[in-house]
Write a protein that binds this ligand. Structure first.
Ligand code: GTR
Length: 434
């Protein structure tokens, strides 16, 4: 009897370990990364120019209604809904002005938008002194490590919210270190912007929601909870949604600043900040140009291609970025009622720039290009030229003379002066600068 017992126990343990091996194998295969185009299963992209009930979208007036449908689909399934209710009007405080910043080329201005007493959103601005009293066009973008990391300028106020290890004093403190000044400066070519008459406006994403999963305790989400609510519902926003929200609040401020031409704000974002920029640009029509720099999965890249990063990778590595419901589409790309070309289409009729890097296979450069292509019929509805180039371009050969431009440059996942030069050319064209 005792023997039988131990035999049964052993068999049971063996069975359990086999089961765990096979679930691990499953989890591993789920996380497997595909780079071979031949392995993409056949897929059909949803048509941005068809309503949910399959009737065609034939006019700009129809598109306005279709736009509302698409925004809802993205909110409910991908990024989560941005709360409708408004916060009390934030107090805005100009905390510093330096008229001779960056060797006299710029006026540096810092403004705090108090979203709540615990959530100061610090806006850093460099405005070109060459503009004189004329309002300047600007690029607006979120940064990864705190405003102080975007330039070595010692006058920038250090981030006060949680920062990632790379920018922190110590592994455990997550407080911004002096040494993080200029950490990311190579990604913000402010000299090029200033010399071409543009300003730069940037906000640290962690002021909206620090980039780690703490159940949304330290972000702005709790400011909107209904009584008794302790976390966002499955179709309510996550971290990317909060970042996008912050971009719109920065825009609210820019509309009140006479030194800025609020009709000429080009929204820019790299990588995860590119995802946030696209989502902000889709929801908020005040952004005059939207630029996605290597935003990849959950950004400009088509999810159904399954190349490089996939939804399952995003959701397992960054469970806080998207809404909970998005997790139900792990390895079920075809079930998603939208794909990312429809997010890009939501930028129409405003100019859109999508950029990739050759060595950034994880972001699926071709999927980003194809996303921009598949958004183009919506631009055509407005009588505008989208990305009509059919062949995937060679490296460092920007394409698209119309309202959508694209390039893939040599090099890795990053933002380089090459990228900025293209964005400046694009802004010059569309902002009709002489
Ligand atoms: C990666 C992530 C990408 C991209 C990137 C970034 O780890 O998988 O989706 O957002 O981070 O933000 O640099």
């Amino acid at each position: 009897m005792k023997r039988l017992h131990s035999y049964l126990l052993k068999t049971c343990l063996l069975f359990m370990s086999l089961l765990s091996i096979s679930t691990n194998a499953l989890a591993q295969s789920a996380a497997e990364t595909i780079y071979d185009e031949a392995r993409i299963p056949a897929y059909q992209l949803p048509d941005p120019l068809r309503f949910n009930d399959a009737t065609p979208v034939k006019s700009v007036a129809d598109w306005t209604r279709r736009r509302t449908e698409l925004l809802r689909l993205f909110a409910e399934n991908v990024y989560g809904k941005t709360p409708d209710q408004k916060l009390p009007k934030p107090r805005v405080e100009v905390t510093s002005v330096e008229k001779l910043a960056l060797g006299g080329k710029a006026t540096r201005k810092e403004v705090t938008v108090w979203l709540s007493p615990q959530h100061p959103m610090r806006v850093l601005m460099y405005l070109p002194n060459s503009a004189g009293s004329k309002p300047a066009p600007v690029f607006l973008g979120l940064n990864f490590y705190g405003n102080q990391a975007t330039n070595a300028d010692p006058g920038i106020t250090m981030a006060t919210s949680w920062v990632p290890e790379q920018a922190a004093n110590s592994m455990s403190s997550h407080r911004a270190a002096e040494a993080s000044r200029g950490l990311d400066a190579h990604q913000w070519d402010v000299n090029a912007m200033l010399s071409r008459g543009y300003g730069l406006v940037t906000v640290y994403c962690g002021d909206l929601d620090p980039d780690f999963h703490d159940g949304y305790k330290n972000g702005i989400q709790p400011l909107f909870y209904k009584s008794g609510q302790t976390k966002p519902d499955s179709s309510e926003w996550g971290t990317v949604g909060a970042w996008a929200y912050g971009l719109s609040r920065a825009m609210d401020y820019l509309e009140t600043d006479p030194a800025v031409d609020a009709r000429q704000v080009a929204l820019f974002g790299h990588s995860r900040m590119g995802k946030a920029a696209l989502w902000a640009g889709a929801q908020d029509l005040r952004f005059a140009i939207v630029i996605s720099n290597e935003s990849g999965e959950g950004g400009a890249a088509l999810a159904r291609r399954r190349i490089g990063e996939r939804i399952v990778h995003l959701n397992s590595r960054f469970p806080h970025w998207f809404c909970d419901k998005f997790k139900t589409f792990n390895e079920r790309e075809d079930a998603l009622p939208v794909d990312q070309h429809e997010l890009l289409a939501l930028i129409a009729p405003r100019p859109l720039y999508v950029a990739s890097a050759e060595d950034d296979k994880w972001s699926d450069p071709k999927g980003e290009f194809m996303g921009a292509q598949a958004a183009s019929p919506v631009y055509a509805l407005f009588g505008l030229k989208g990305l009509t180039t059919t062949a995937f371009p060679a490296v460092n050969q920007p394409v698209g003379g119309g309202h959508i431009a694209y390039h893939i440059r040599t090099g890795k996942h990053d933002v380089t002066p090459y990228d900025w030069a293209r964005y400046l050319d694009f802004a010059d064209t569309h902002f009709k600068k002489k």
